[in-house]
Design a protein around this ligand. Structure first.
Ligand code: MG
Length: 302
């Protein structure tokens, strides 16, 4: 960074001063990021090309919040690999997890679950499995849910190795499913049936998903409110590459669309401050984060 400025480290010192003087001087920065196609390469799932910006985040004590459709078990593995201590958001905003090694005390209403404190936003997985069974019976469609599949079956459908398929199967807030028969079907009927149960159906790359009505943006909003209790002057950066991330980008002070094979020209009209990267995946992520953090004027420091 210019003149070696580290925003949140500086902010930590300033924060003590703030407490003494009652004045707020510099913003505390938090980054929210999607994984596949954003921090992780779409094909290789590698993040190494983002290392310079990741290092700067570590050195500057900037929390990096992983936000994904992946399960808690899948995200936790990457969270540890990256040496993070910040909270993370699973299953498209269904759950927020506060690891033990976190820098801030976890919220008093976060529930202990398998050694980690969590906030549940989405409905419980048991409820989703039951609801999917009811929808299948009502509609007479041949639907097969993730919870009925073996790790071997998930592996063959997703291309994940068996260990990763086991992590992907540990679902808490979202039930993926496939149709077992080809042919034309009325999706409106399916959406209506899910809506009647207070649920939503969305289409992913390989599966349909039955889940609650929360999204990544709502989960981000909960964490922003929590961080603000410690750092009133908060600025957020959000990065994503697909429509499921747009709710998060809309809330960010610095929204970043990572370039992909799809174009979203309308998004710039909805979010005029949107930055679109020149490069895809972690290479685009790295350039965008370094640019924003180095821009002392826009970030309000220096
Ligand atoms: Mg993505």
């Amino acid at each position: 960074m210019k003149r070696g400025v580290s925003p949140n480290r500086g902010n930590k010192d300033n924060h003590k001063k703030e407490e003494q003087s009652g004045a707020h001087t510099s913003p505390f920065i938090v980054i929210f990021t999607d994984l596949d196609g954003t921090l992780l390469d779409h094909n290789s799932y590698g993040w190494e090309e983002a290392e310079p910006a990741l290092r700067l985040c570590r050195e500057s004590l900037i929390p990096l919040i992983l936000v994904s459709s992946k399960t808690r078990a899948e995200i936790r593995a990457l969270h540890q690999e990256l040496g993070l201590s910040s909270p993370f958001i699973s299953e498209n905003g269904g759950g927020i997890f506060f690891p033990k090694e976190g820098k801030h005390p976890y919220p008093s209403d976060a529930v202990l679950s398998h050694g980690v404190r969590k906030w549940s936003i989405g409905p419980a997985h048991d409820f989703l499995v039951k609801a999917l069974g009811e929808i299948r019976d009502e509609q007479g469609w041949k639907i097969r849910g993730f919870s009925e599949m073996t790790p071997e079956e998930i592996s063959s459908l997703t291309g994940l190795d068996l260990a990763s398929a086991r992590l992907a199967s540990q679902r808490e807030y979202d039930e993926p499913f496939v149709f077992m028969e080809k042919g034309v079907r009325n999706m409106d009927t399916l959406h209506h049936a899910a809506g009647q149960k207070g649920l939503r159906i969305s289409r992913g790359g390989r599966f349909y998903h039955l889940h609650g009505k929360s999204d990544k943006g709502e989960a981000m909003g909960r964490l922003v409110a929590w961080y603000r209790t410690y750092h009133p002057l908060l600025r957020t950066i959000a990065l994503g590459d697909s429509p499921v991330d747009f709710s998060m980008l809309k809330r960010a002070d610095y929204p970043v669309l990572i370039r992909s094979s799809h174009q979203y020209p309308e998004l710039k009209k909805v979010i005029p401050r949107l930055k679109v990267t020149q490069e895809t995946g972690p290479r685009g992520w790295n350039a965008a984060v370094l640019d924003i953090l180095n821009d002392e004027t826009s970030i309000g420091i220096g």
